[in-house]
Design a protein around this ligand. Structure first.
Ligand SMILES: Cc1ncc(C[n+]2csc(CCOP(=O)(O)OP(=O)(O)O)c2C)c(N)n1
Ligand SMILES: [Mg+2]
Length: 669
């Protein structure tokens, strides 16, 4: 491959669009686009299989800009190859309601495959995309019908490679031999604080080789080398990383090669010098006509590719109608007709741990929804995340649905996001609730992007007992509840757990976290159960135990503490006090109900007492701020190591203490 003068002009167009946009916004990151423009240009014009007029084409190659600060590189490429991103949008870089936000945002700009910016996340997303593609290919491809045939390309930076989440995801990708991954590493040896020798000196190539990756190193300023390396990567069955030795801020005489070009406008004087250096006319946002025509060819080329693919798909639908129909349904985000009938029902009585009823619900749903796939971060036996009828997904078994994430919570969560972004699978992942902390950065992005990822988080309180305070979540429910667009459900029994799974599968616009017990909880009778589903639970809170007349007090609880509230209500009733019990599995779902329903459930003009084995922060939303009419029994301190019955007793999470507090509120102590 040889780069013509026109190619080089196109590369400089990309560079200068980045320089001008950042200059105009007086904020942004010119250095990375200037350094990576060559290799990115070659990838986008010679190798990336995409269709700018069909940004959602299912068999397109994915492109992940993990180094999201270099967003102008992506915006320039999207604009020049004919995506729906006019030049005016580039002139509006980083401004209110533009389609060119500071960092790339999924669902916001056509052609942006994932939201990046927090370093390392995009790296993990690409691994999840490759995993989903591999699973899909194994399930749907047939002889002569390669209907899933795409690669996952990405640009990753020094910062990406330093982040732990990328190391976790890389280790998993190497183990699973996810060969569809081809990452270009912008090896510019510069980060914000200066040269990488300040803090980063390992043999990164040796590290990736040790992970089981295919590693190449090229001169990133010589695109012919990059092209050859991409071809070699395409032919290798291992995930590939291509180290591209580049100069950050290339073209800027005084700031190129230094961290000064990383994250600030170059300044008028330096921009003028850069123009001169690159032989660029003195015109802002200059796009030479021949460059526009040349790169714009991607639209026609892409149309032809999509057309050919549609032909393949029609022939596939004739030859393999069942597979074709399933693939189409899975990609649509809809669920199979009647899938809800699979939900298990649980008989009232002694009950079970909600992690166990969750495992049963998951297994039942898995039979009805073949593209529900997931696993745990090495706690499958504890989280009950295995699909019993399936094997483990391995390099040698791509059909299986049980994913072994290993002890890599953060990596798992970034991979789950990638799977959801890829589409065609419904991903779930599990670990202990306390380790939400380890994966929160990815979970937050799932919420920000509106991704339907399901979290199976067990051991949800001090109720896990002897493992002690390191394993006992306290503040986690509050943090999850504070996260926008995240649905947290903490079910009190099997029926609520099965309902929670249905809610999770039907929630297509954000993550759902199930907080589940290790310990047994009773199974309550539910008047309104419909085939294992509780419509009332889906409203977030409902009256589980009502009083004959008006209640004297309303006890509110979630999860395992519902049983405590129920027992306290019995003992209050023995003392002539009418206590209603409200089960509140989800604040978000309840908060979304109308005021009339909320008032009907919580009662008005009656004291409210909430019970939850977690931080009390935020409960005033439901019990009010007046200590005379509202109180919370919770845990505003860490737990301890002891049998769980002892902990509940010692920490005041007992029917006796709830009864006493209720009497206190009623002035009857
Ligand atoms: C998790 C995370 N931490 C910190 C930052 C802030 N930040 C943005 S870019 C960057 C490092 C830049 O170095 P590199 O990744 O090599 O990019 P380059 O400067 O070469 O473009 C940092 C620390 C971030 N975006 N994400
Ligand atoms: Mg760098």
């Amino acid at each position: 491959m040889h780069l013509s003068d026109l190619d080089l002009k196109a590369v400089n167009t990309i560079r200068m669009l980045a320089v001008d946009a950042v200059e105009q916004a007086a904020s942004g990151h010119p250095g990375m686009p200037m350094g990576m423009a060559q290799t990115a240009y070659v990838l986008w014009t010679r190798y990336l299989r995409h269709s700018p007029s069909h940004p959602d084409w299912q068999d397109r190659d994915r492109f992940v800009l993990s180094a999201g600060h270099g967003s102008m590189l992506l915006y320039a490429l999207l604009h020049l190859t004919g995506y729906d991103l006019p030049l005016d949008e580039l002139k509006n870089f980083r401004q209110w309601q533009s389609h060119t936000p500071g960092h790339p945002e999924f669902r916001h700009t056509a052609g942006v495959e994932t939201t990046t910016g927090p370093l390392g996340q995009g790296f993990g997303n690409g691994v999840g995309m490759a995993l989903a593609a591999e699973w899909q290919a194994a399930r749907y491809n047939a002889d002569g019908f390669p209907v899933v045939d795409h690669h996952i390309y990405g640009i990753v930076s020094d910062g990406d490679l330093m982040e732990g989440v990328a190391s976790e995801a890389a280790s998993l990708a190497g183990h699973l031999q996810l060969g569809r991954i081809i990452y270009l590493y912008d090896d510019n040896r510069i980060t914000i604080d200066g040269a990488t020798d300040l803090s980063y000196s390992e043999d990164w190539a040796g590290r990736f080789a040790a992970y089981g990756w295919h590693v190449q190193q090229v001169d990133g300023m010589d695109a012919t080398e990059g092209g050859k390396a991409i071809e070699a990567a395409q032919g290798d069955s291992r995930p590939s990383i291509i180290g591209c030795r580049t100069t950050i801020g290339y073209g800027s005489p005084n700031k190129g090669g230094t961290s000064d070009s990383h994250g600030a406008a170059l300044g008028a004087e330096e921009v003028a010098l850069t123009r001169a250096e690159l032989g660029w006319p003195d015109e802002l946002f200059h796009v030479p006509e021949d460059v526009a025509a040349h790169m714009g060819r991607a639209v026609e080329d892409g149309e032809a590719k999509v057309q050919a693919y549609q032909n393949l798909l029609s022939r596939y639908a004739e030859a393999h109608p069942e597979k074709a129909a399933e693939l189409e349904l899975a990609l649509s985000g809809d669920l199979p007709e009647g899938w809800q009938e699979a939900l298990p029902e649980f008989a009232p009585g002694k009950g079970d741990a909600t992690r166990n009823t969750s495992g049963k619900a998951l297994n039942a749903i898995a039979e009805a929804v073949p593209w529900l796939i997931g696993g745990s971060a090495d706690l499958a036996g504890s989280n009950k995340t295995d699909i019993d009828s399936s094997d483990d997904f391995l390099a040698s078994n791509r059909q299986a649905r049980n994913l072994r994430f290993g002890v890599r919570e953060h990596g798992m969560a970034s991979v789950l996001n990638g799977m959801a972004l890829h589409g065609g699978v419904i991903p779930y992942g599990g670990t202990f609730l306390v380790f939400t902390d380890y994966l929160r950065a990815s979970l937050r992005l799932a919420a920000l992007m509106g991704l339907p990822v399901i979290y199976v988080m067990t051991h949800d309180s001090i109720g896990l007992g002897e493992d002690g305070p390191t394993h006992q979540p306290i503040e986690h429910l509050a943090i999850l509840r504070a996260t926008p667009n995240l649905t947290l459900i903490r079910p009190c029994d099997g029926a609520e757990t099965a309902s929670a799974w249905r809610i999770a599968l039907e929630n297509r616009n954000g993550p759902t976290v199930l907080a589940l017990t290790r310990q047994t909880v009773p199974e309550w009778p539910h008047a309104d159960a419909e085939d294992g589903y509780l419509p009332a639970a889906a409203r977030g809170a409902y009256v589980l135990r009502d009083t004959e007349g008006a209640p004297d007090i309303v006890l509110i609880a979630s999860g395992s503490e519902v049983a405590i509230a129920m027992e306290a209500a019995d003992s209050l009733s023995d003392q002539g006090i009418a206590a209603r019990v409200v089960s509140m599995p989800s604040w978000e779902l309840f908060g979304a109900q109308d005021a009339a329903y909320r008032a009907e459930v919580l009662g008005e003009g009656v004291p409210r007492l909430a019970v939850e084995a977690a931080a009390t922060l935020g409960w005033e939303r439901w019990v009010g701020n007046d200590p005379k009419t509202g109180a919370v029994i919770g845990l505003d301190h860490f737990g301890a190591s002891a049998p769980f019955e002892v902990l509940y007793e010692k920490f005041g999470l007992s029917p006796a203490n709830v009864t006493a507090k209720a009497l206190d509120l009623l002035g009857r102590a």
